[in-house]
Design a protein around this ligand. Sequence first.
Ligand code: SOE
Length: 387
Amino acid sequence: MAAKTLGVGLIGCGFMGRTHSNAYRRLNNFFPVQHRPVLKVICDTVPEKARQFMEVWGYERAETDWRKLMDAKDIDLIDICVPNFAHREIAVAAARAGKMVICEKPLAMNAAEGEEMVRAVEEAKVPNLISFNYRRVPSISLAKQIVDEGRVGKPFHYRATYLQDWTISADVPQGGDALWRLDIKAAGSGVTGDLLAHSIDTAMWLNGPIRRVVARTETFVKERKHVVSGKVEPVGIDDACMFLAEFANGSLGTFESTRYARGRKNFNTFELNGADGSIYFDLEEPEYLQFFEYKQQQSGRKVESHLTGWRKIHVTNSEHPYMDRYWVPGTCIGYEHTFLNQLADFVAGIESGTPAQPDFRSGLQTQKVCDAVLESARGGRWMEVAP
Ligand code: SOE
């Protein structure tokens, strides 16, 4: 029985607000942590949205001004699920108010803002987490385990793609509550911050820091109607981005992301090739991890090369990351569980004193890679990633 309450104030009633709210509600059903999240306040600038969200998800009250949450004595944790432009101000205020902070990715609009957020949480010594939920797909956590066990060996190549197709029509407007991701003033960048930030976080988790990048971005639709102004305005975001990377361990990376890959809805893949093995993941088959293990000898005998090949591991056994918390072997979990696993790790981190990762400092490193990618695309040259 969870003995301590964790008062939650969540800001933002969109897609991410829902994924996080679901995680708070389910935490104690699946994870034996000592804290019990209590959904205290939901906040959104649109009163009707906040009220409806409060009823659907069971929050105690609704607010329209996030500043009110900072003084609320019953709130221990501020969860930031608003567009990127507002992350910095809310996170800094929350840290100064002594609240724990969880923030949706990307950390900020740029690394300078991110630095300020890191300073604020570190000075206040408040637990903090950046929500890169894909780390908590059990197959991706298993990939990390396989790398840490040394089974991939010296890495040579890392290859990531993150493809979607929902902005191909020039009639899709930009801005407002639903389409802020297309508005440079709200999002800071396009696919680089929204999609590649996920790929970069996973890549650096598995394969270490990225040292240098060279990038090319494209904006295919140059003007879109803005939902708020009603006027046709220039599009400032990158619709597509491709970049080459050099990792500090000497391996080479390629990263590709677009919202113009017809038929691809949320196609997030990566492959890592090392001297002793390779791993491959595809979010369209999230319960599988593919692994190729190179061996010359096995059980004292020469390996029968006609029987070697990729293994497709069904990551549903209780020995697999997180899976002992759910159902029986062979049954799957879903997208929403990545947020639940992430929250469980965050809370366990508070309880054990070993903070969960990625924290804001780690999110800042991803932000610095994003900044270098965008700067490289502007200048058409290799950019060092700031240390
Ligand atoms: C964009 O369409 C988006 O919702 C991202 O913002 C999420 O981070 C990604 O996981 C799914 O796609």
